[in-house]
Design a protein around this ligand. Structure first.
Ligand code: UN1
Length: 475
């Protein structure tokens, strides 16, 4: 089996050691061998990016458009193969894996168009005979650090805008899922992305990630991952004056009111809490249910959960794939035990037989918002059910969290849904829809402990990936 190498300055290069990428549905299945770079790989990538930057910044936007468009077209043409690789290395079901490959392709195509839509403003000066122009320019070299749970979509929605707006990129994917990252690198190279403009440095966070954040020539860091790592990276990066964009955890509420359509509420909760094995920062991990519908909701949701087929991600019958690895599974099972200790009635949650890291989805009935299981992000197929009296209490509980990424409500009331849309302390509000699963062309991000810095995705991405210049011109 050949090693997959890092891409630095347009060359495929060795790292300091090699990681073996395993299939969580069957850890005997080796997906591939991927090199791990070290701190010096980052230094080499920065030199290459620095050398390539000027030509890229001042190239015609048509050049950037064409690279991104070709990349998007190629990913789309190979969606089945890439989705298969994604499901094999990360464990989401094949349908979810192919869906994510499509999303990545759409993101590249969207930002191909955005490369042509960089506009500025001409403003009347307060001084006579002076023109003022406000324009956007690239930020420079962007360090991109991504998690394992969306191994192609998240890299796509950071890399595509970075390149569209004329930046160079040093990209470190999660050590658990280098396969999709390597496909992006190869596709960009073949689409004509100039040497050094895009660099792939696979490796560990403790070496490669640290050096990306610490390197003085890197101008900005876009990170998605856990809260503790995000916070520590943010401190180091801002100390150096780097621009930062941090997407971290969530403990997203899904409010279900008495007047909700029961099927809509159950389906939205089932999808939001458990699909993608609950490994989404947008997962509905707190189901906040009002008295009148509580028992019927729990009954129907439990039955729907019990009917879910948990199994090999590549088996078309599977609706829930494995947990990503042993340590995440151990952590999830620890939370199931904790839910019992905290006094919940637990349905599901057991580890299933099989070589892979399979776990049945878990519902923690009788939870309160004060319990640790309702406060801490579990990042697995586990959800608390918190019973409330009415809408007012539901809203208070929904907002009583250190996070603020996505917030959902199921109701047929315009009054409550409108009120919730305005009062939910979250970056995204979903009405009669799961808290997870977002469009690729509109802003993504949260508030409070979930996110820091400008939004990702859609045309709002330019806030992070460009910097503004104001020019005063006297003719
Ligand atoms: C989605 O819900 O469609 O890491 C996307 C995550 C998020 C992406 C969620 N950044 O789970």
């Amino acid at each position: 089996m050949n090693d997959h190498k890092n891409l630095i300055g347009g060359e495929w290069v060795e790292g300091v050691d090699v990681g073996v990428n395993l299939n969580p549905s069957n850890p005997q299945d080796i997906v591939g061998r991927y090199v791990r770079g070290g701190a010096s790989s980052v230094d080499e990538a920065v030199l290459a990016a620095d050398a390539a930057l000027d030509d890229w910044v001042y190239a015609s936007p048509q050049v950037r458009h064409d690279v991104l468009e070709k990349t998007g077209a190629e990913l789309m043409a190979r969606k089945d193969e890439i989705g298969h690789l994604l499901s094999r290395e990360e464990g989401k079901t094949l349908a979810e894996g192919i869906g994510e490959a499509v999303r990545a392709a759409q993101v590249f195509k969207f930002f191909a168009g955005e490369a042509l839509r960089v506009t500025g403003e001409t403003v009347a000066s307060v001084r006579a005979n002076v023109d003022v122009m406000v324009e956007r320019e690239p930020v420079g070299i962007i360090g991109i650090v991504t998690p394992w749970n969306f191994p192609i979509a998240i890299p796509a929605w950071k890399i595509a805008p970075a390149l569209a707006y004329g930046n160079a990129v040093i990209f470190k994917p999660a050590d658990l899922t280098p396969g999709c990252a390597w496909v992006i690198a190869k596709t960009l190279k073949e689409a004509g992305c100039p040497d050094g403009v895009f660099n792939l440095v696979m490796g560990r966070g403790s070496t490669v990630g640290e050096r990306i954040v610490g390197h003085p020539r890197i101008n900005a860091i876009s990170f998605t991952g856990s809260v503790p790592i995000g916070r520590s990276l943010a401190l180091k990066a801002t100390e150096q004056g780097k621009k930062i964009q941090m997407e971290m955890g969530g403990k997203n509420p899904m409010v279900v009111l008495d007047d909700a359509d029961l099927d809509v509420a159950v389906n939205a909760s089932l999808n939001g809490a458990f699909f993608s094995t609950g490994q989404r920062c947008t997962a509905s991990s707190r189901l906040i249910v009002s008295d009148g519908i509580h028992d019927a909701f729990v009954h129907k949701l439990s039955a729907a959960m019990a009917a879910l087929t948990v199994g090999d991600a590549l088996d078309p019958q599977s609706q829930i794939g494995p947990v990503v690895d042993q340590s995440q599974l151990d952590s999830n099972l620890g939370y199931v035990k904790l839910a019992q200790e905290e006094g919940c009635e637990v349905s599901g949650g057991e580890r299933l037989d099989g070589a892979g890291f399979f776990q049945r989805p878990a519902l923690f009935v009788g939870a309160t918002n004060e319990m640790r299981i309702s406060k801490e992000e579990i990042f697995g197929p586990c959800a608390s059910v918190i019973r409330v009296r009415d809408y007012e209490e539901a809203l208070t509980v929904a907002n009583d969290t250190e996070f603020g990424l996505s917030a959902g409500i199921c109701t047929s009331s315009l009054k409550y849904s409108s009120h919730f849309r305005k009062r939910a302390e979250a970056g995204m509000v979903m009405i009669n829809l799961p808290t997870a699963g977002v469009d690729y062309h509109v802003p993504f991000g949260g508030r409070k402990g979930s996110s820091f810095g400008p939004r990702e995705q859609g045309s709002h991405a330019k806030e992070f990936y460009t910097t503004v210049k104001t020019s005063y011109v006297a003719p």
